[in-house]
Ligand binder design. Sequence first.
Ligand code: UDX
Length: 444
Amino acid sequence: MKIAMIGTGYVGLVTGACLAKIGHEIICVDQDQTKINALCGGAIPIFEPGLKEIVDQGVQNGHLSFSTDLTQAVESVDVIFLAVGTPQASDGRSDLTQVENAAKQIAKAANGDKMIVVKSTVPVGTCRRVGRILGKHDIEHAFHVTSNPEFLREGDAVSDFMQPDRIVFGTNSTDAEAIMCEIYAHFEATKVPVIKTSLETSELIKYSANAFLAAKVAFINEMANLCDATGANVDDLAVGIGLDSRIGAAFLKPGPGYGGSCFPKDTLALTILAQEADSPSRIIESVVDSNSNHIRRLGRKIADFCADCWQTDKKHPMIDKRIAVLGLAFKANTDDIRSAASTVIAPLLIKQGASVIGFDPEAAAAAGAAIDHIETTTKIDEALSGADAVVVLTEWDAIKMINWAEKKTLLNAPVVIDLRNLYSPESMAKLGFQYLSLGRPTAE
Ligand code: UDX
């Protein structure tokens, strides 16, 4: 099937390339000429493992192309995916400007009946709203609007598309349902469960999935704090509860708090949606609070631990100290720094008088542009040289694999604060480090 993909960001580009890989003919459209020029030139504007290979394959076999000409693309297809951004507005709601503008442009360009597949994460009721916008701007043609949320994790997006746990789509007609089944026919062979439901249910499945996952992360972080207070071990606790099939082991790794372009935005949007529906979600409201409190507490925890290690004044421990922050993206295997812990922790340390050098293999440039007064590097040794303390924020393999016996000599002081529990307290103590992690008793 020939399909237009409007929006070539993290979701649109991966979805377009993967739809091409499963046999469709995809034209990816974006208004950003620079991005389209890069894609036409074979460059991938985002870091996503495995994406370049499938984009190159799609371009070579003629199944994937890129354009800034939305009109021409809309005229040449019957199905149009909307994968434009729905960023968080200042009031916490999802900003639907890009969705609404795209709908108006599609209506203007339509040369026949079209199906619009809303891939972007949108508040419940948006698909019906898009239908009304289309009908208002083009009374001549019929438009089907369906909801088809994505469940792609940055860093695993290609495999999440190609091996989905399930496919969800909401439609309001059997014709639309048939077209959606044809688009995803590739997955029938592997018996991937397909949830065919209403527009509203499909939209809410997306929000509630992200909110539940965010709740799991916030929960394990609270348990880590409780382990710190009681001398329990959160790694063993996570295994102990995760083996219960009703809980599951995934998403029980403590960390600096969830970040990224989805969890923070979607949890907040869901709380607002629930409040406006006069059915407030106290659980998700507390998840939002818990997550922001968690990362704030960590700022204090880092300063207090360093003051103890350096035997300096607890009020101003960071003055003239050099801190190496390892991991600037919001997690490993992505270059995305949206709501990354580094964007909270680094400014805090700098404000307290420290100089901060951040390491990240992919997000160094973006973090350097976004965080005032931070130095950044893609070389670990450069970050570690002369550091008075190391703060680990993401679980990049390059960070996991650091040989601390060897790298210790680069440091000014053997102080490591590991907010991803990557290393063993016992091994770090044996190497003579003063080591702090989350929810694990500091080795004596
Ligand atoms: C998420 C959802 O997983 C995905 O289905 C949705 O489509 C988009 O949002 P993403 O934001 O890319 O994907 O990353 P994810 O791997 O889910 O992690 C989200 C945040 O939770 C990250 O900050 C991550 O570091 C954190 N996290 C995740 C933990 O702290 N501990 C965990 O065990 C898992």
